[in-house]
Design a protein around this ligand. Sequence first.
Ligand code: PFF
Length: 457
Amino acid sequence: EVSKKGNHRNSERFSTGIGVLMATLGSAVGLGNIWKFPYLTGSNGGAAFLIVYIICTILVGFPILVAEHMLGRKGRGDAVSTFENVAPKSAWWVIGASGILAAFLIMAFYTEVAGWVFAYVFKSFGSGLLSTDPEVTSSIFASLVSNPVQSLIWQWIVLAVVGAIIMLGVAKGIEGTTKRLLPILALLLIIIGIRSITLPGAGQGLSFLFKPDFSKITAPVILTAMGLAFFKLSIGMGCMLTYGSYYSEDQNIPKNAARVVAADLTVSILAGIAIFPAVFSFGFEPAAGTQLLFITIPSVFASMPLGGVFMVAFFLLTAFAAIGAMISLVEVVVAFLVNRTKLGRKKSTLITVVSMAVVGSLAALSNSTMANVTVFGKTFFDLYDYVSSNILLPVGGLMIAIFATWVWGWPRFKEALSNNGALANEGVLKAVYNILKFVSPVLVAIILLTGLNIVHI
Ligand code: PFF
């Protein structure tokens, strides 16, 4: 939509209050909780990593999430247009452009992992996966990822599904799909968690997850934890800006954001409780990396009654959670194209999804054909992940924090978040503002500079 001023503004809105919460959660909750959080926690020392991650979420993630929703609602545009609307004739739109790049890089590896999840839904119907032997479950995973044809096809299936949902439009497509499924996913994680902590030797897994050993904390580990905080909340790249543009004027943004953060953390911790006790009970390696979810979870199911049925449900729900997150990633690019071109929603979606398949194929083949092709010592899969989570999102978030406070300033911040004075919570707003102004940017800058080895402390 082009408004009178010639700016590119969105006219679609989320229809209900609960729809807003669920749609936002639909973007936040995904493979980040169920796949990435456990594998990073496993490879970076367990509880100490979890604590650093939670601190980053509260001091950096939450305030930036609030700022993005606020600016998104004010600007009512896509990632780029929002900045042009709230800061005309300036270069702030570059943040949105970097977000569009990040959306591509994230989708490139995300669709591959989602493809593994889809494949596991089908594998769960057979009995082959149900084994408590690490060798068996590892080799099943290895044979999937080392097959280039399967890897590509699963990735394309994932992209086709997401593209089809996006074409249905914002309110129907996004709210409808996500809102029913999240509670069921949480319930299932609780059931798996109960089985996991009642396995013999489960206690070791719980200490790994909850008893910190701070000697594990290094600058790169802190950067990884902060990158995860950004990735988890879908911030620093215009995704939550785009979602904010669909928020109605009477939404309580800080409250909604606080709920999103709490629910998202809960799901991650539940996933950790489901996975780590089993890791230690069956003798898996917590630092197994990207395959952790796929080798441990089948063993938990193998050791419980009706495990096969639960396993189908688990991978199916994980697939749905992944779809909710991918919808929001694709939406960043599609919203931009719809606003900026005459292509329309359908064609924009098609073009986006096809280009993601091209960029993504390099990640899909990272475990097979292109396993030896590396840039800076990383496969394309790892490179896309590293550059997006650990560089693009933090830099984007840093800029958003600076813009919302140092450039926009307190009066506008207060007016926007109190819904023009309708919400009387000035103390809370001032606290969020001050953290966003003085704490978040400083933390992000220090963590980036030391984690990337640019500055030594
Ligand atoms: N937050 C999602 C997850 O944790 O799975 C991933 C994600 C979605 C990142 C959307 C970025 C984004 F814009």
